[in-house]
Design a protein around this ligand. Structure first.
Ligand SMILES: Nc1ncnc2c1ncn2[C@@H]1O[C@H](COP(=O)(O)OP(=O)(O)OP(=O)(O)O)[C@@H](O)[C@H]1O
Length: 316
């Protein structure tokens, strides 16, 4: 992938849901035929891909956007998929974060899991794999471990972000569960999703109020007997990489969601994190700034501090 391609943006247009149809809502987005471009009123927006509506069928999202990242994971590259959008726009649906093991969920995460374990099975005679998952959420600028099975009497344990001597970022004490099958991975996803902070807003009865990061870590080691004589010296090499699947909290306008009191405060924190994320992506996307080693404001929120760990890591 060219470095200019390292961030790709796809939009998935969902159909109107029942409550919207009952309220007499109508579609307001048109897709420009044959172009990855949408029009809302007089404004046009261009992306790398447009799905749903009259665009490419949503079923192609995985193949176009996520499958290359799973390939990259096997090649030792880190990657991140972020779902961004306002409350109720379909982030959880598109990512499949609420996958409960039932077939037919078309989300990205279930397909990622399926592909990983199919490939692991195909490569099992030549490669040993160590696959682990972690699942955290950032709620009101605090990090929680969604796979923690032993919350304290005072409630959920907060996870501290620590900086290592070499400038890296670690999450101290976060649960990393080893998994051997797709089903085990799915059950960790389901368990973590149940612990996720949700609340009801006017715009979505099951609104996610936190940023959720599901991380798949993969270590690969070639089985010695499968290495050709010349390459025997690399038999101890371990290829490590991580794939982060992020379901962001809804970007929202307080007036439309009807949030007040605590929920309004949550919304303010959510928007702060998203604003900081937007600023980081803009800084990373500015090629001139990047080449000059310009400042990237990672420290402005927990979300961006954690993502710094992801973008700073290189090929394992
Ligand atoms: N592509 C789609 N096709 C059909 N229904 C969809 C689609 N996308 C989302 N929906 C439905 O729309 C509703 C809202 O979707 P979802 O919960 O995924 O939104 P969200 O962006 O994750 O919201 P929040 O930020 O509040 O968590 C759900 O009932 C979901 O089933």
């Amino acid at each position: 992938m060219e470095s200019s391609d390292s961030v790709r943006v796809a939009v998935n247009i969902r159909p109107l849901i029942t409550t919207e149809l009952l309220n007499g809502c109508t579609d307001c987005i048109t897709v420009v035929p044959g172009e990855p471009q949408v029009q809302i009123g007089t404004h046009s927006f261009t992306y790398d891909y447009v799905y749903g509506g009259e665009g490419t069928p949503s079923s192609s999202i995985y193949d176009d956007c996520a499958a290359p990242l799973v390939d990259a994971l096997f090649d030792g590259y880190n990657a991140t998929v972020l779902a961004y959008g306002q409350t109720g726009s379909g982030k959880t649906y598109t990512m499949g974060t609420d996958y409960n093991g039932e077939e037919g969920n078309g989300g990205i995460i279930p397909k990622v899991m399926e592909t990983i374990f199919t490939r692991v099975e195909e490569m099992k005679n030549s490669t040993e794999f160590l696959i682990r998952v972690s699942f955290i959420e950032i709620f009101k600028e605090e990090v929680f471990d969604l796979l923690d099975t032993k919350p304290t009497a005072l409630g959920r344990r907060q996870i501290q972000i620590r900086e290592t001597g070499s400038g890296g970022i670690t999450l101290s004490g976060v649960t990393e569960t080893q998994v051997w099958t797709k089903e085990e991975m799915a059950s960790n996803l389901a368990r973590g999703s149940l612990s996720r902070a949700t609340g009801s807003t006017n715009m979505n009865s099951q609104s996610s109020r936190s940023h959720a990061i599901f991380t798949i870590s993969m270590e690969q080691k070639k089985i010695a007997s499968c290495l050709s004589g010349v390459n025997n010296d690399i038999s101890d090499d371990i290829l490590c990489a991580k794939l982060h699947l992020v379901d962001l909290a809804g970007s929202e306008r307080a007036k439309r969601t009807g949030a007040n009191g605590l929920q309004l405060k949550e919304g303010i924190n959510i928007n702060k994190g998203l604003l900081a994320l937007g600023n980081v992506i803009s800084a990373l996307g500015d090629e001139k700034k990047r080449k000059e080693g310009g400042h990237v404001p990672y420290r402005d929120s927990k979300l961006t501090r954690l993502l710094q760990r992801l973008s700073a890591s290189t090929k394992g």
